[in-house]
Design a protein around this ligand. Structure first.
Ligand SMILES: N[C@@H](CCC(=O)N[C@@H](CS)C(=O)NCC(=O)O)C(=O)O
Length: 223
């Protein structure tokens, strides 16, 4: 962080503190972006939080702040904790939130094989699915987009076969499902036909029936 940004961060934190905004966590988000995953998880957690809408192009927030003052890389999701500490990277954010409310069982207990399986899915979704959408959304050349779609088709086939055996990635709902839902939802913007993935389609419907998912979609204007 440059000195100017650091000063702006301190100023922004102080301003938020004075106005009482730091009593709740703040999630910087952009509608339908990967921040939808922690948005869903925060709603599932029942914890108090405030949404701060940010533009992915200008980095400006609706309340006049600059996302880069919190995350120098200027992307969502960015979570600002009640004491001003910043946490970035979707897979880390959702696990942190899950660990604040262990009774809700949003992630398996730390140190267990099940937790490693949860992390395995989060990493798979991040590197094999999330990143594969980039060339499509960034309108790369035709051949690159075609290869990205082929890769997604193969990876979604793998997920579909897994979901044929159980309703959620780990059996019961976990933070990994919030991330899968978010990324699979992009298929409609990327014009990827998901009709052949019947188990993913059923999973998407199941997820939309969860009150937290419904509320998050409604809040982001995605219904
Ligand atoms: N590594 C980050 C990537 C986050 C990311 O790709 N965010 C996108 C939205 S889905 C974004 O804000 N893009 C704007 C930009 O990179 O300038 C994570 O997994 O949280």
């Amino acid at each position: 962080m440059t000195r100017k940004r650091r000063l702006r961060f301190i100023f922004a934190s102080a301003r938020a503190f004075v106005s009482g905004k730091l009593r709740a966590m703040e999630l910087f988000y952009s509608p339908s972006a990967c921040s939808l995953s922690p948005h869903i998880v925060l709603r599932e957690s029942g914890l108090d939080f405030t949404l701060v809408r940010a533009s992915m192009s200008t980095k400006k927030t609706r309340d006049g702040r600059d996302l880069r003052d919190y995350n120098p890389l200027g992307y969502v999701p960015t979570l600002v904790l009640a004491d001003g500490t910043v946490l970035t990277e979707g897979p880390a954010i959702v696990q942190y939130v899950a660990d604040q409310v262990p009774d809700k069982k949003l992630a398996p207990e730390n140190g267990t094989l099940d937790r490693a399986r949860c992390q395995s899915w989060l990493n798979f979704i991040s590197t094999e699915l999330h990143q594969a959408f980039s060339p499509i959304f960034k309108r790369f050349e035709e051949d690159t987009v075609r290869r990205a779609k082929e890769k997604l088709n193969e990876r979604f086939t793998y997920v579909d076969e897994h979901l044929a055996k159980q309703p959620y990635l780990l059996g019961d709902f976990s933070v990994a499902d919030a991330y899968l839902f978010t990324v699979a939802n992009w298929s409609r913007y990327a014009k990827i036909d998901m009709s052949g993935f019947t188990h993913i389609e059923a999973f998407m419907t199941r997820m939309k029936e969860r009150p937290a998912v419904h509320e998050a979609l409604s809040e982001e204007g995605l219904l």
